[in-house]
Design a binder for this molecule. Structure first.
Ligand SMILES: C=CC1=C(C)c2cc3[nH]c(cc4nc(cc5[nH]c(cc1n2)c(C)c5CCC(=O)O)C(CCC(=O)O)=C4C)c(C)c3C=C
Ligand code: FE2
Ligand code: FE2
Length: 347
């Protein structure tokens, strides 16, 4: 039987095209005008985003991007391109990348694949987010569907589900942490990108579970399929188990808050400022919501987090890089995608 004509798209969040304020403004505008990121009717969202957030944030954000930018471009985009190359070496179908905001766009990714395989039958969409959140996984998937429908492409779209508890993902993430455990450390902080509590409640398919009790995320519920908070706790728990980490040395926090809404607690920045006073002087920080290093890991955590911790009396701060193109992660990704592997070269 003939093999189905397939291809893969790796999808990430995206970055501005450059560190110039005008490009950052354009990127933030597209990002924050997304109705799955800021939940408000279009008119109020536009007023808030275009009138208030973007004009103030763009120059500061551009400054932050300048501290981490590489000569090849944005770390997030460059690392996603490197991941594409690493995956391409292991699968026998074409691999493209697409960004939810900025470039390369979903249309560019689809069109490139159709150029390579005109009779394409199936695109496997791999969101580079291990956890489900409306503002990351859901918006990426829905946007890819929307563009496909609009363009009238005939192939099917198969979506890889969140893999926050997948055995191979957990093993790869654990392997990326393992070498740092040789250091003398007091605590390892699992810092995840935060989201507003409102998003968790809105995504609660039961309508009566999420954030209703202290331990909702560890009480079995169908809501967990869409609960970012539950899924992040699971990743931490499974890595802790895999690496045999003592419970008293593990802490979970949330970073990158924007605006005045109630966001998931505790905040990484607040805990980093408190920990030295609790006798925690040496920390390791890992950011498992990101598979590729980006502004939030390289600037907010490795630079900003370190500053906060040391200013409060901390002595040793180690940021553990994301999995990026580590072989075990690439192998896990290929397996999760279900794409056919390249034939091993015969000796
Ligand atoms: C890991 C998944 C992510 C979730 C969930 C998420 C939610 C979320 N983000 C913002 C606002 C901003 N995030 C920004 C950067 C950024 N966010 C993610 C991932 C998630 N965001 C990544 C990978 C990045 C880095 C992009 C890069 O170019 O490296 C930014 C832009 C930078 C800045 O000005 O700080 C904003 C703004 C909200 C409001 C939100 C949930 C509602
Ligand atoms: Fe974000
Ligand atoms: Fe939950």
């Amino acid at each position: 039987m003939q093999e189905k004509k397939r291809a893969i798209i790796l999808m990430n969040l995206g970055s501005p095209d450059s560190t110039e304020v005008k490009d950052v403004r354009k990127y933030l505008d597209e990002f924050l005008m997304d109705k799955r990121v800021i939940h408000a009717p279009w008119f109020f969202r536009a007023l808030l985003v275009k009138g208030l957030i973007v004009p103030f944030r763009a120059p500061k954000s551009a400054e932050a991007y300048r501290t981490i930018w590489w000569k090849e471009g944005s770390p997030l985009v460059v690392l996603t391109q490197q991941l594409q190359k690493a995956v391409q070496e292991k699968v026998s179908v074409p691999v493209e990348i697409a960004m939810r905001y900025g470039n390369p766009t979903p249309k560019a990714a689809y069109d490139s694949l159709l150029k390579q395989v005109p009779d394409l039958e199936e695109v496997i969409l791999f969101p580079l987010y291990p956890h489900y959140a409306m503002s990351s996984y859901e918006t990426a998937v829905e946007y890819m569907k929307e563009v496909k429908e609009k363009q009238g492409y005939k192939f099917t779209l198969t979506i890889v589900p969140p893999y926050y508890n997948d055995k191979d993902y957990i093993k790869a993430l654990s392997a990326s942490i393992q070498p740092y455990l040789k250091e003398d450390y007091d605590k390892i902080i699992f810092s995840y990108h935060g989201i507003p509590e409102r998003h968790i409640k809105l995504g609660d398919v039961t309508g009566c579970h999420c954030l209703q009790t202290e331990n909702c995320c560890s009480t079995p519920s169908p809501a967990h399929a869409y609960c970012y908070r539950h899924q992040t706790f699971e990743t931490t728990r499974l890595v802790q188990q895999e690496l045999n980490l003592p419970a008293e040395k593990v802490e979970q926090t949330f970073q990158s808050r924007l605006g005045r809404d109630k966001w998931l607690l505790p905040f990484t920045a607040v805990r980093l400022a408190e920990l030295p006073n609790e006798g925690v002087k040496k920390v390791l920080v890992v950011c498992p919501a990101f598979v590729s290093d980006c502004l939030e890991t390289l600037e907010e955590m490795a630079i900003g987090g370190k500053e906060i911790f040391e200013h409060a009396g901390g002595e040793h701060f180690t940021h553990i890089p994301c999995m990026n193109v580590q072989t075990q992660w690439v192998d896990a990704l290929v397996k999760l995608s279900g794409a056919p592997k390249t034939e091993p070269v015969k000796a």
